[in-house]
Design a protein around this ligand. Structure first.
Ligand SMILES: C[S@@+](CC[C@H](N)C(=O)[O-])C[C@H]1O[C@@H](n2cnc3c(N)ncnc32)[C@H](O)[C@@H]1O
Length: 217
């Protein structure tokens, strides 16, 4: 972590470390969906080396501009940040050896499309490795339209089983939950619009690390 530029670390908003759950080969191509300040793209950059390539995709121009500037100022020549939606990834099919994402897919209103797009840009045999927030029980009704809870990556999250099934249903195989950390009430409370409400947030959500493969030919 200490090798990643401090500015990138300060704006990181992930819920795991997807670069540690998948082996990254030198010379490979990695795509980070929702790259934000670039922390995971920069971690992947070191692992793919000069012969490899990392693309960071983000919908927010300010994030793309910041990450691009940090890459330039810190000499990351193998990283490119592209403005775009993860539901319509601005990359050709079959380009990536690995698609990573850190606490982003829960924000998407069309998660099926995101996984279909990840599948499209992966090479056959390529791997998906994501950290994301999933629900362990139904979302309390008062949080359904809580925009603070949505932007804090809680109220847009899917039930864990449905999330796994969705990844499988777009064609991925060997879908595996490799780690899971359940959030306590106290950890989630600052994420909701009314932290004084009596709603019970314990055992509601977890950060999950999931890996899956696009079938090899
Ligand atoms: C919670 S932050 C995580 C950022 C980064 N992955 C990290 O770990 O620091 C979510 C990021 O995803 C981006 N984002 C959210 N929805 C998106 C979408 N549909 N398409 C592309 N980017 C999106 C946001 O602009 C933001 O930078």
């Amino acid at each position: 972590m200490s090798t990643v530029p401090i500015e990138s670390r300060l704006v990181s908003a992930g819920c795991g470390n997807p670069t540690t759950i998948a082996s990254i080969q030198e010379g490979s191509t990695v795509v980070d969906l929702g790259s934000g300040g670039g922390i995971d793209a920069f971690l992947a950059s070191e692992r793919v080396g000069p012969a490899g390539k990392v693309y960071g995709i983000d919908a927010t121009p300010e994030m793309i501009d910041r990450a691009t500037r940090i890459a330039r100022e810190n000499g990351y020549r193998n990283v490119e940040f592209r403005l775009g939606m993860i539901e319509d990834i601005p990359l050709e099919p079959d380009v990536a050896d690995l698609v990573i994402s850190n606490c982003v897919i829960n924000l998407s209103p069309d998660k099926r499309l995101v996984f279909e797009e990840a599948f499209r840009i992966l090479k056959p045999g390529g791997r998906l490795a994501v950290s994301d927030v999933v629900l362990l029980r139904p979302l309390p009704p008062e949080l359904v339209s809580d925009m603070r809870a949505w932007s804090a990556c809680l109220s847009g999250a899917m039930p864990k089983e449905g999330y796994i099934e969705l990844i499988r249903s777009v064609g991925f195989e060997r879908v595996e939950v490799v780690s899971e950390a359940v959030y306590s009430d106290g950890q989630l409370r600052p994420s909701i619009a009314d932290p004084d409400s009596s709603v019970d947030l314990s055992d509601l959500a977890a950060s999950c690390a999931v890996t899956a493969f696009k079938p090899a030919p």
